[in-house]
Ligand binder design. Structure first.
Ligand code: HEC
Ligand code: HEC
Length: 295
């Protein structure tokens, strides 16, 4: 674990503890009525942006390895996972959970980017890697967009774990502690509180294609004034959205914006937003906070 990972973990615990305390206080005030068991969890989920806040530990507890084996078809053009299987475009993955990152694997020639990560593959790091390989290790030679569906990732990890690793599954958090365990696992990243001023600075990365002032022009991408809470890929002065993004439906909220900005191509395969994504959850939260003010 790197120093900054450790910091993030500690920050996550601290934040999550705050959310849980808030949730418990809300319960004792009777705010959530009779639904006491679920209230703190819902509070954490609301703060964390809905589905994005379901801890991977919870998903792993109900993961289906058979479905995960089917998901592995997406990896099989580059990877084997059986004992003694050959390296191909990617390394053989037998026993990879619990093993050192980018080491061994029959002498596979890993990129410096992945070798530079250090540490071991556990459910947290593997979950991040499979969400967005380029976000996890910028410069990696694994040219795979990532799996945006957390349930798919959980199923896949549960199956990979049966291929020579057999690590104990992380304990699924009890309901009142859901926020804490999720953040500690590094997956409730959306629970990070955004800073709109910092987000405005980060928005420099978007300005080649977007304006965000009311009445601003569309460019390569649509004007984003009032996009928070608005329908996905609609209006915006008649901007010609891709069918991929139009097909998503729904509205832009914390969870959908967080998923989109993490990895646009994984969120809407075929989107015409050619932007790799932002891997830092804090930076995404900042930009989302800024977008809320841009109207
Ligand atoms: C297009 C080819 C390709 C696809 C598809 C692909 N990978 Fe990879 N994978 C690679 C390459 C190349 C590397 C080495 C990356 C590096 O060194 O930067 C790699 C590395 C890895 C590693 C790190 C292994 C280690 O020992 O550190 C894991 C784990 C992994 N891939 C899992 C998967 C899974 C699971 C999928 C499917 C969801 C997948 N990959 C899809 C090519 C691919
Ligand atoms: C290289 C150009 C480019 C960059 C850089 C870029 N975008 Fe986009 N963006 C687009 C395009 C093109 C679309 C339309 C996508 C489609 O229709 O598939 C889009 C769509 C969007 C949408 C959806 C709007 C709607 O009404 O549904 C949001 C939100 C968004 N971008 C936010 C951002 C943010 C925030 C950044 C910076 C972190 C960013 N984009 C960086 C080109 C870009």
């Amino acid at each position: 674990m790197s120093e900054s990972d450790r910091f993030n973990t500690i920050a996550g615990w601290t934040l999550a503890a705050g959310i849980v305390i808030f949730g418990l206080r809300a319960v004792s005030n009777g705010y959530f009525g009779a639904d006491k068991v679920h209230a703190p969890k819902e509070e954490a989920a609301a703060a964390g942006g809905g589905a994005a806040a379901v801890p991977i530990e919870t998903l792993l507890a109900s993961a289906d390895p058979a479905k995960g084996e089917a998901v592995f078809k997406k990896c099989a053009s580059c990877h084997t996972a059986n004992q003694g299987g050959a390296n191909g475009i990617g390394p053989n993955l037998y026993g990879v959970l619990g093993d050192s990152i980018a080491a061994g694997r029959g002498g596979f020639a890993f990129s410096d980017a992945l070798k530079g990560k250090g540490g071991k593959w556990d459910f947290t790091s593997l979950n991040e890697w499979l969400t967005n390989p380029k976000g996890f290790a910028p410069g990696t030679k694994m040219s795979f967009a990532g799996l945006s569906d957390p349930v798919e990732r959980a199923n896949l990890m549960a199956w990979l774990n049966t291929q020579g690793s057999n690590l104990p599954l992380p304990a699924a958090p009890a309901a009142p502690a859901a926020g804490a365990a999720g953040a500690a696992g590094g997956t409730a990243a959306a629970a990070v509180v955004g800073d709109a001023a910092a987000g405005e600075k980060s928005f420099a990365k978007c300005k080649a294609c977007h304006t965000a002032n009311p009445g601003g022009a569309n460019g390569i991408g649509p004007n984003l004034a009032g996009v928070y809470g608005d329908s996905v890929a609609q209006g915006r002065g008649g901007f010609a959205f891709s069918d991929a993004l139009k097909a998503k439906g729904g509205k832009w909220d914390d969870a959908s914006l967080d998923a989109w900005l993490t990895n646009p191509k994984a969120y809407a395969a075929g989107t015409k937003m050619t932007f790799a994504g932002i891997s830092d959850p804090q930076e995404r939260a900042n930009i989302i906070a800024y977008l809320k003010t841009a109207k």
